[in-house]
Design a protein. Structure first.
Length: 323
């Protein structure tokens, strides 16, 4: 699938970009908050380029911009979770704070980008506080978070929050069609409306998503027992399955909060709407939050079947409490 330039501002971010670009006093610490797949990391990269650009415009031509394009800029540092680790350790943050004490190599300040900041360990988050509160002159910290509520309040309070909601469905579909996605409507639904996540889905992901939706439907109507469903799904690629389940629930949350998606002719969206009829928003949010928590248990030393047992038993209990 063709990819788009990393520095390109996505259509649904253009207004936000114009506002921040026009701001005479951009906060030294920004918290870019929103669901995965809506373009927060791409926005942070573009903003970092603008902050480090010699012309202050992300011109793409100056020495600084060329170094960024080569991923070799001495005044940019990145940090994020490492594969196989559930938290960002304190040592990684100590490296960042040491980086910030150094003078800028090119004289245009320094930028730090922290991805999935909600996964900072408590010690790492506390180690970051001084840099957030008293940053060296000319530095900017860009924290990206899929779940800002999980950040320490002391971290959140020291950042200027910038929200990145899921774009309008028509904007997401237009992006996917432009990117060459074979099944844009199905992919966008499975991705919870997040276009970049939808663009990354494979045919196998779509098949897993369809299977999960069918399992949820059958458990809800009593045609399939929760433990029987768990017996089947614990054998599937757990990370992919939980990611797709979280995407379906994200779309269900949106459907509960707004009536706009109910007018679509997309059969999968209609099935999701029917799936959550009778459930209140609090119930869906609690289940969604549980999925996000349980996904982290997949790497723990326990039987994955137990994780799936709890997922489908919780769904079965929720379903039995409605008409």
């Amino acid at each position: 699938m063709p990819s788009l330039p990393a520095s390109e501002i996505l259509p649904w971010h253009r207004q936000l970009w114009d506002v921040l670009a026009a701001s005479p006093r951009l906060g030294h610490a920004l918290l870019l908050a929103g669901p995965p797949g809506v373009g927060k990391t791409r926005f942070a990269a573009a903003l970092g380029q603008r902050l480090l650009c010699a012309a202050g415009t992300a011109c793409g031509r100056c020495h600084s911009c060329r170094l960024l394009a080569a991923d070799n800029h001495p005044d940019l540092a990145r940090c994020g979770p490492v594969a196989g680790k559930t938290e960002i350790p304190i040592d990684d943050v100590r490296e960042l704070t040491a980086f910030l004490t150094l003078a800028s190599h090119l004289g245009h300040g320094r930028v730090v980008i922290i991805e999935e900041a909600e996964r900072l360990s408590r010690a790492a988050a506390n180690a970051l506080l001084k840099s957030l509160e008293e940053p060296p002159a000319g530095t900017h910290l860009l924290l990206i978070s899929h779940a800002p509520g999980r950040l320490l309040p002391t971290v959140r309070s020291r950042c200027q929050r910038v929200d990145f909601p899921v774009p309008a469905r028509e904007d997401g579909l237009a992006y996917l069609q432009r990117a060459g996605c074979a099944h844009p409507a199905a992919a966008l639904t499975l991705a919870g409306g997040a276009p970049l996540r939808a663009a990354a889905l494979t045919a196998a992901d779509l098949q897993i998503g369809e299977g999960l939706l069918k399992a949820l439907e059958e458990v809800r109507c009593g045609h399939l027992d929760a433990l029987a469903a768990a017996e089947e799904w614990h054998k599937i690629d757990g990370d992919k399955a939980f990611a797709n389940l979280a995407g379906l629930l994200a779309h269900a949350v949106q459907d509960t909060m707004t009536a706009s998606s109910r007018d679509t002719a997309d059969p999968q969206v209609q099935r999701l709407h029917k799936l959550v009829i009778g459930l209140d928003l609090r119930q869906i949010f609690c289940f969604w939050d549980k999925i996000l928590d349980d996904r982290g248990l997949l790497d723990a030393p326990l039987d994955r079947r137990l994780v799936w047992d709890e997922v489908f038993l919780t769904w079965q209990r929720m379903s039995s409490q409605t008409t």
